[in-house]
Structures are given as structure tokens and as C-alpha cells.
Design a protein around this ligand. Structure first.
Ligand SMILES: Cc1cc2nc3c(=O)[nH]c(=O)nc-3n(C[C@H](O)[C@H](O)[C@H](O)COP(=O)(O)O)c2cc1C
Length: 208
């Protein structure tokens, strides 16, 4: 069984649709607002889905997914597609893929390499279905920017999560919000500074 899943994972890598498998900075493409269909249809299709096609996301799809999740939509004020309490912008996005873990830099529109290697099993934890998604987004919050008795990082992470759900629903992709993950190990892999913690993760792949 393990051998079959490994073969499956390798197939996922080999059938990738053009994103480099080398571990280096990925320059994302400008986002497209001419896609995604109808918002009401995205609400209609929004659902937690736990099966993913093995094909890697195209660079355009990955770029648009990240922008929709938490990109800058008003450059003049540096504000984003997801709101944050007091505009603290304490949410960061990481991308865990076969070749390594990256940090999404919304300002420069790149994925910065953080740690090489396939760490998807650490994110999947006991839910094996997540391990072979071509992309896993990790939503990280900086808890240190709010007082403990009124910490809004968990709330703010929820908006990013819903953006991911709606983008996937409108663009032929599957995802699920997951609190399950090996949080401490993942924090190390992502080299998170003191005060920052992974809150949710989203495996993403093309709808099967
Ligand atoms: C904060 C949060 C954490 C979740 N964690 C997990 C998880 O660890 N694993 C999982 O399979 N689903 C997880 N889910 C998905 C829920 O199980 C799912 O949203 C729920 O069953 C309702 O299904 P729906 O999203 O299709 O409406 C989580 C959802 C939320 C909002």
C-alpha cells in the first residue's frame, strides 16, 4: 500500500504542468481578475473536499490562488483581499510543495524558498489524504500583535481560509480547511519567528 502511494506521489511530480521542481524563488504572475465565474456559483460550490488531482497547479493558478487568498488588492494603501482587525496584517501565507516550503511575499509577488524537501507529511499529520495534494497553503498568524484577552489572529485567519475556499470553488479546484497538522514541527520547518503559529492549512489540487 505504501509503495502504491509513493508511486502515486512520484506520478504527481512527474506530471506537473510546468512549475519548476528546483527549489528557488518562484516569481508569481500578475493576478487575473477575468476569471472565477460567478460569485454566487462559487458560494453554491463551496465545500470541504478531501480528494485532489495529482497534477501540479499551473503558475497562473498558483499566482491567482495566493492573490485571492491574501494578496494586495489596493496598492495605494497596501490593503489586502482579506481584512484584519485594526489592519494589523498579522496573517502570512506559506506554500508547502514537493520540492520545499516557501513564504508568499505579497509585496513583491514571489514565493521565497524557506526550507527544501517534501514536508507535506508533517502538514498532513494523521490525515493521509492531505499528503499528496500538489500544494498545501499554511495560514500563519502573529499572535504577538494583539493583547491575549482580545486576540484576533484566529478570526483573521478565517477570512483568508474562506477566500481560499471560494477561489477553489470558482476555479475547478478542491480544498479543505484543516486545523490538523504537526504544528510545532511545521513552525520549525517554516522558520517562524517567536509569536507566530500555523493556524490552518489548506491542501489544494484540481478537482478530481
Ligand atoms: C477551523 C476549522 C478546522 C477544520 N479542521 C479540519 C481538519 O483538521 N480536518 C478535516 O478533514 N476537516 C477540517 N475542517 C473542515 C470541516 O470538517 C468542514 O468544514 C465541515 O465538516 C463542514 O463541511 P463543509 O466545509 O463541506 O461545509 C475544519 C474546518 C474549520 C472551519
Amino acid at each position: 500500500m505504501k509503495r502504491i502511494t509513493l508511486a502515486f506521489a512520484m506520478a504527481a511530480v512527474l506530471t506537473g504542468t510546468g512549475l519548476a521542481q528546483t527549489f528557488e524563488t518562484i516569481k508569481l504572475l500578475p493576478h487575473s481578475t477575468e476569471r472565477g465565474g460567478n460569485l454566487m456559483q462559487a458560494f453554491q460550490h463551496r465545500a470541504s473536499e478531501r480528494e485532489y488531482g495529482v497534477t501540479d497547479l499551473t503558475l497562473q493558478d498558483l499566482s491567482d490562488l495566493l492573490w485571492a487568498a491574501n494578496g494586495i488588492n489596493r496598492p495605494e494603501s497596501n490593503k489586502r483581499t482579506a481584512p484584519t482587525a485594526q489592519n494589523k496584517q498579522e496573517i502570512s501565507l506559506y506554500v508547502v510543495k514537493y520540492e520545499g516550503a516557501y513564504r508568499y511575499d505579497a509585496q513583491t509577488n514571489v514565493l521565497e524558498p524557506v526550507t527544501a524537501g517534501d514536508h507535506r507529511a508533517i502538514v498532513a499529520d494523521r490525515q493521509e489524504f492531505a499528503q499528496f495534494a500538489p500544494v498545501i497553503l499554511v495560514i500563519v498568524g502573529d499572535y504577538s500583535v494583539f493583547p491575549a484577552e482580545r486576540n484576533m489572529a484566529l478570526v483573521d485567519a478565517g477570512y483568508v481560509s474562506q477566500n481560499i475556499y471560494l477561489f477553489c470553488a470558482g476555479n475547478g479546484m478542491s480544498t479543505v480547511a484543516r486545523g490538523t497538522m504537526k504544528t510545532d514541527e511545521l513552525a520549525e520547518i517554516l522558520k517562524l519567528p517567536e509569536g507566530q503559529r500555523p493556524i490552518l492549512n489548506h491542501p489544494v489540487g484540481y478537482r478530481k
